[in-house]
Write a protein that binds this ligand. Structure first.
Ligand code: TTP
Ligand code: MG
Length: 575
C-alpha cells in the first residue's frame, strides 16, 4: 500500500502550527513564574521585613503574569483550533474526492457505513489529535521539566520525591497505553458495524416493515449497540481508575513535600514560602501526569482512525482514464472473447464475442443472473474485463478518457435512482444545457410527460420531500427521459420497461424508433415483446451467448427462445 502522510494536510497552516506551541511556551513560563513570586511575597513580604510596598508591587507583577498567561493561553488555543479545523476540513474534502473517484470495484470493497464513519468520525478523531498535539503535547513535557527544575532549585532533597513519583507515573501511563490501544481500535470497528446496521435499516425500511422484521432488526441493532457500549465502558473504566490513583499519588506527594520542607525549615535551610512554592510545582508536575494520560489515550485512538483514513486515501482506483484521442463516432460496439468475473472471481461472462454495428437495435434476453447487466456495464467500463477486449468505435474502452467514453452512452440502469430536487432537474441531469423544450420532448418520448403534468407542480414537483416519491414505473420513465435527453450515440436500456404496461412500452418504443433512429440501441428485457422488433436478439445463458438472430429466426431454431415464448404467450407476443 502506498504510504500516505496525513501530516501534509497541516502544511498550508504552518503559521498556526508554529504559533500555537510558541504561545504555549509563554503560557508555561508564566505558570512557572507564579509560585516563585508567591514564595517571595511570603518569605520577604509577610515573614521578612521588605514591607507593604514590596507586597503590593510583587502582587501587581503576579497579576500581570497571570494576565499574560491568560492571553497567551487563549492565543495558543485559537491558533491550534485554526490549524485543527482547517486540517479536518481539508482531510474530509480529500476523502470525499477520493471516494467520489472510486470505481464500482472499490465501492464493492468498502461498506457504505464504513465509508461514512471514516469520513466523519475518524476525521474528527484526527482533528482532535492535531488540537491536542499543538497544546497538550507541548504543555505537558515543558511544564513537567520546568516544574521539576524549579522544585530542585528550591531544594535538592525534593529530588527524592521526584525519583519516587516519576516511575509510578511512567508505569501507569504505559499500563494505560497497553490496555486502551486495542480497545479504541475495537471501538471504531464497532461503530462501523453500528453505522452499517443503521444505514441498512434506513434504506431498507420498507422491506423491513413489509416482512415485519422490525423486532429482528431492533435486536440486531441492540446487540451491536450493547457491544459498542461494553467496549466503551471498559475503556472508560480504565480511565476512571486513573483518577483515584492520581489522587493517592498527589496526597502522598503533598505529605512528602511538607514533611521534607518542615525538616529543612527547622534546620533553617529553607523558608515557609518555599514549601508553598514547592507544593505548587509538585502539583503542576502531577497535573502534567493527567494531561499525559489523556495523550496516551488519544494516541491509539488517533492511530486507529489514521489507519482507517489512510486505507481509503491509499486505495487504488482500478478504473482510470486512458489517453486515446476520441476520434470517430457512430456507436459501434465489439466484444472480443470477453471473459469477466466480479473481483476477478468465478466468471459471470465467458468468451463473449459480438459485434453491434452503428445504428443497430439489439435485444438482450436471458433469465435472471444470466449476466445481461454485467455485459452492458463493461461497455461503460463500470468494471474492466478479465480477458478479451471491449471496443467502442474501434477503440478499446480502457484507452478512452472515462468522461469521453461515458459521454457516448445514454444509460438507463436497471435500478432507477433519482436525486432530491425537482423532476425537471432530475431529467436535466442527462444534459444540463438542455432548454425546457428539450426536457419536455425527452419526457414525452419516455412517456413521462403525462404523469408529470398531472401533478400539481408539474416539472417543478419536488422529489423526496414530504414523503413524495414516484411509483416504480414513474421512476423508470423519468430515468429513461434523463437518458434520452443526453442524446448520446449509444442508448442502453437495462430492463427499464419492466414496470411499464405493454401499451406504454410500445408507445415508448415507437417514440424512440422515431426520434433516435440512427442510434445504436441495446435493450435488455425479460419479456420477448420488449425486444421482438430489434434487428437482432442475443439470448444469454449462464454468461454465454446461447443463440442470436431475429425474432423469427430464433423462434424457428432456438429451443430456449421457444420456451420463453411459450411461457409468455398472451403477453403481447403474437402466437
Ligand atoms: P447480472 O449481470 O446482474 O445478471 P442479469 O442482469 O442477467 O440478471 P437480472 O435479469 O436479474 O438483472 O449478474 C450476473 C451474475 O453476476 C450473477 O450471478 C450475480 C453476479 N453479480 C455479482 O457477483 N456482483 C455484482 O455486482 C453483480 C451486479 C452481479
Ligand atoms: Mg440485470
Amino acid at each position: 500500500m502506498m504510504k500516505i502522510r496525513l501530516r501534509k494536510y497541516l502544511k498550508p497552516y504552518m503559521r498556526f502550527v508554529v504559533l500555537a506551541p510558541l504561545m504555549m511556551v509563554l503560557e508555561v513560563a508564566m505558570d512557572l513564574t507564579q509560585p516563585r513570586l508567591m514564595a517571595m511575597v511570603v518569605n520577604d513580604g509577610i515573614l521578612g521585613d521588605a514591607g507593604l510596598g514590596f507586597i503590593v508591587r510583587t502582587s501587581l507583577i503576579m497579576l500581570g503574569v497571570a494576565v499574560i498567561g491568560m492571553i497567551t493561553g487563549f492565543a495558543c488555543t485559537v491558533f491550534a483550533m485554526f490549524a485543527a479545523q482547517n486540517y479536518g476540513a481539508d482531510l474530509r474534502s480529500d476523502l470525499f474526492k477520493k471516494v467520489s473517484s472510486f470505481s464500482f470495484a472499490e465501492l464493492d470493497q468498502f461498506s457504505t457505513g464504513s465509508l461514512v464513519t471514516r469520513l466523519t468520525n475518524d476525521g474528527t478523531q484526527l482533528q482532535n489529535m492535531v488540537l491536542l498535539a499543538l497544546r497538550a503535547f507541548v504543555r505537558a513535557p515543558l511544564l513537567c521539566v520546568g516544574a521539576i527544575v524549579m522544585v530542585l532549585s528550591i531544594s535538592r532533597t525534593y529530588g527524592l520525591v521526584i525519583a519516587v513519583v516519576m516511575p509510578v507515573i511512567a508505569l501507569t501511563a504505559m499500563f494505560i497505553y497497553k490496555k486502551l490501544a486495542p480497545l479504541f481500535t475495537q471501538i471504531q470497528e464497532r461503530l462501523d458495524g453500528l453505522n452499517a446496521i443503521v444505514q441498512e435499516n434506513l434504506s431498507g425500511v420498507r422491506v423491513i416493515k413489509a416482512f415485519v422484521r422490525g423486532e429482528h432488526e431492533k435486536s440486531r441493532f441492540g446487540v451491536a449497540n450493547e457491544a459498542l457500549k461494553d467496549t466503551n465502558l471498559r475503556a472508560m473504566f480504565i480511565m476512571a481508575a486513573v483518577l483515584p490513583l492520581m489522587m493517592i499519588v498527589m496526597n502522598a506527594t503533598v505529605l512528602a513535600v511538607i514533611y521534607i520542607g518542615g525538616l529543612q525549615v527547622q534546620a533553617a535551610q529553607m523558608q515557609v514560602g518555599d514549601i508553598m512554592a514547592a507544593l505548587s510545582y509538585m502539583t503542576q508536575v502531577l497535573f502534567t501526569f493527567m494531561i499525559m494520560s489523556r495523550i496516551f489515550v488519544s494516541i491509539p485512538r488517533a492511530k486507529a482512525s489514521g489507519d482507517r483514513v489512510r486505507e481509503v486515501l491509499a486505495a487504488e482506483v482500478s478504473i482510470t482514464d486512458g489517453d486515446a484521442a476520441v476520434g470517430s463516432t457512430g456507436g459501434d460496439i465489439v466484444f472480443n472473447n470477453v471473459t469477466f468475473g466480479y473481483g476477478g472471481g468465478e466468471p459471470v461472462l465467458k468468451q463473449i464475442s459480438l459485434h453491434i454495428k452503428s445504428g443497430e437495435h439489439v435485444g438482450l434476453l436471458g433469465s435472471t443472473g444470466a449476466g445481461k447487466s454485467s455485459l452492458v456495464h463493461l461497455i461503460s467500463r463500470f468494471y474492466d474485463v478479465c480477458d478479451g477486449q471491449v471496443l467502442v468505435d474501434g477503440v478499446d474502452v480502457r484507452d478512452y478518457p472515462l468522461d469521453a467514453l461515458r459521454a457516448k452512452i445514454g444509460f438507463v440502469l436497471q435500478e432507477s435512482v433519482l436525486f432530491s430536487g425537482t423532476i425537471g432537474e432530475n431529467i436535466r441531469w442527462g444534459n444540463p444545457n438542455a432548454d425546457d423544450a428539450q426536457v419536455l420532448q425527452a419526457a414525452k418520448s419516455a412517456q413521462a410527460d403525462e404523469y408529470i403534468t398531472a401533478k400539481e407542480d408539474g416539472y417543478d414537483t419536488l422529489l423526496g420531500q414530504r414523503g413524495l416519491t414516484l411509483s416504480g414505473g414513474q421512476k423508470q420513465r423519468a430515468s429513461i427521459a434523463r437518458a434520452l435527453l443526453k442524446d448520446a450515440e449509444i442508448l442502453i436500456l437495462d430492463d427499464s420497461t419492466s414496470a411499464l404496461d405493454l401499451a406504454t412500452e410500445s408507445n415508448l418504443n415507437a417514440a424512440i424508433n422515431a426520434e433516435h433512429a440512427g442510434k445504436t440501441r441495446i435493450t435488455i428485457a425479460q419479456r420477448i415483446s420488449s425486444v421482438m422488433n430489434a434487428d437482432r436478439i442475443y439470448v444469454l445463458e449462464h454468461g454465454e451467448i446461447a443463440a442470436f438472430g431475429t425474432h423469427e429466426e430464433l423462434l424457428e431454431t432456438c429451443e430456449i427462445y421457444q420456451d420463453i415464448h411459450r411461457s409468455q404467450m398472451g403477453q403481447g407476443v403474437a402466437a
